[in-house]
Design a protein around this ligand. Structure first.
Ligand code: ADP
Ligand code: ADP
Length: 231
């Protein structure tokens, strides 16, 4: 079955005359073992789509089905549990916990879920991302690019079924970006479903599919070889 399913998803912010329709009837099925790139101009609804797919926010209409379970009608505790079990998220702002070391941040999803961190997986990720030597630093002692790499490691550490990433290579040089692309491709090959919001045609080219958003609707779906024409 699908890793993730959006059915007729509409999201409105605000009320009355100030209402903004950020997503407007979006249908999207994400399969295990696939990489989907979400592209589109600023304000087209990309971040909103990721937030809803992560169960961080509820749709105004339609349904989001994460790992076979509908988010509609779930209370906050159930939603949090579903998210912890199924989803890894990389935010644009990285969202590392400032009081924890970088390594403790990467181990946090496991600890919150009451599981032992996968130390072997984490060591391999930090090594591949070239940040193993920085593991004991606090986030404020790291550059933006280094924080981004720890945020990626945190999202992937427990091999969640679904990985959602908002511009995961935005703060990285092209060699490091390629490293991240390789890790995403390997994660998909291992069965994880990857959804990545990106403006970077090199990242989109590693996806099987590009979903192009405009004004809250899916305007077009393209094979990834067309990335250079939409960036
Ligand atoms: P993108 O990620 O493609 O830039 P967003 O999902 O951030 O698009 O935004 C889609 C639309 O929803 C925009 O018009 C934006 O201004 C609006 N929007 C996003 N988040 C909020 C919010 N929390 N409150 C009000 N409007 C919002
Ligand atoms: P990156 O390419 O990873 O973003 P930068 O070029 O921004 O790295 O930073 C180069 C070096 O400067 C890094 O090795 C990092 O250790 C250090 N550095 C950058 N920003 C900070 C900061 N806010 N605090 C401590 N060290 C920093």
């Amino acid at each position: 079955s699908h890793a993730l399913l959006l059915r007729g998803v509409t999201k409105r912010y605000g009320t009355g005359a100030a209402v903004v329709t950020a997503l407007d009837g979006v249908d999207l099925a994400i399969e295990p073992g696939s990489i989907t790139a979400v592209m589109g101009p600023s304000g087209s609804g990309k971040s909103t789509l990721l937030h809803l797919a992560a169960g961080l926010d509820a749709p105004s209409a339609g349904d989001v089905i994460i790992g076979g379970r509908s988010v509609v009608g779930l209370d906050d505790d159930a939603l949090t549990a579903l998210r912890r079990d199924e989803v890894g998220v990389v935010f644009q702002s990285f969202n590392l916990v400032p009081s924890l070391t970088a390594l403790e941040n990467v181990e946090l999803p496991a600890r919150l879920a009451g599981r032992a961190p996968d130390h072997e997986r984490i060591a391999a990720l930090l090594d591949d991302l070239d940040v193993a030597a920085l593991a004991e630093r606090r986030p404020h002692e790291l550059s933006g690019g280094q924080q981004q790499r720890f945020a990626i490691a945190r999202a992937l550490a427990q091999r969640p079924a679904i990985v959602l990433a908002d511009e995961p290579t935005g703060a990285l040089d092209s060699a490091t970006s390629r490293e991240v692309q390789d890790i995403l491709v390997a994660s998909a090959a291992a069965g994880q479903a990857i959804v990545v919001v990106t403006h970077d045609p090199a990242v989109a080219a590693r996806a099987e599919r590009i979903v192009l958003l405009r004004d809250g609707r899916i305007e077009e779906e393209l094979p990834a070889t067309d990335a250079s024409t939409v960036a």
